[in-house]
Design a protein around this ligand. Sequence first.
Ligand code: ADP
Ligand code: MG
Length: 435
Amino acid sequence: MADPLIALRQLRIIYNQGRSNEVRALEETNLDIYREEYIIVYGPSGCGKSTLLYSIAGLQRPTYGNVWVDGKNLASFTRREEAEFHQSKIGMIFQAFYLIPSLSVIDNVCLPKTFRGESPEIRRKDGLALLRRFGIAEQMDKFPSQLSGGQKQRVAIARALINNPEIILADEPVGNLDSESAQNVLDILKELNEVDKKTILMVTHNAEHLLYADRIIAMKDGRIEKETVQKEKRAPSARSFTPVAVDDTISPELRILMGSFRSLSSDQLNVLLIPFKAKQLLAHTLSHLTEEQLAMAESFLKEYLFSNIDENQFTSKLDIDIDKGGAGWNKKQAKSFTLRIESLIREAKNIAEHPEEAHTPLCQYLERELDLKLSETSRSRLESLLKLRIENQVTRTEMLKRLDSSLALGGIGLYRNTAERVVREIEIIMLLKYA
Ligand code: ADP
Ligand code: MG
């Protein structure tokens, strides 16, 4: 009865095709993976394990052949469907964790959840429940740089689970961990498979991990060399998978093409982050509009952040009536909102391009934008604090504390709610910077 959850059909991946540095990373591969299976992909370094995994994640486009997940051909996805797929169908875990250094633990975990339109309170509640489950709730306000490797990987697992995806893809998830932390992560993956019924694909080159798998896929030189079933989970009547027609008309720029998968490129991350950015920006800058006006504005803001439309188009879409497909704002709101977004983006760009010197203009920006009245001492302390924040050396909580402590106690002496506005403004800029 059961169709495979994941089906690779004549999949081939060639890097730098036709060039002198061409690499045939994956030879023609056919593979079916069934619901609730725990698959381990095993083989020596360079045999194509990560390439296989990333093609299932939709992070690596096939050179030939197709990848089907839950009956859908990944090549047919629009850019937005692809982002949605990453956010909610698949949870990924990497050897290098890929936590976002400028976000706190809890914000890293909740990041993929912002697609769902849930309130921040519910989001945080779910995130916190996962952190508790993995024994790291106390670290929620810290930044990734303040955690041990094992803690970082547990945060990354919590992030992978936040949207309750059906599939977990783990690329050498314990490759960077000491043996105790590694055991802990392996136990978590096993539990996710057995208790939470997740379908898991884990890549490893360590033979000691193999006992965890229902099925072992051994790879060599870009091919599946051998398959070993340790526990049969495929329905006995599993029939072969019949792909439906492929839509080859999709324009290549709609696919998120990612060059190197040793690490996620900034572009990849940027694409994954845009819906989150759009939502945060709106929540940050507006609170007086109807839900419908906000929902439309959010979708236009995503288009703008994706650079599908320019700032003039963005402003006019905000201004057009709802029944004509716009966001139903008025001209003045639309214009001032666009200017506000542009100035946040400008600050973020400046930090990204001149991280060493950005604290001074950022301080001026905050003074101007939030109408702060600072003494010389406060200003120089704020500049130092901003410098630390840009270097990811202070948490949100520490920042807040320094901003609202009195000058006599070495603080910056802001009122509590001004301090909170400053922190929110800084955090949104740091988020936008991440690209
Ligand atoms: P594994 O994960 O098993 O170590 P990979 O899938 O990372 O193997 O790599 C398979 C082959 O493809 C290797 O020869 C590797 O050097 C090459 N390769 C991987 N990524 C790229 C890339 N982005 N560009 C060119 N070659 C690559
Ligand atoms: Mg690899």
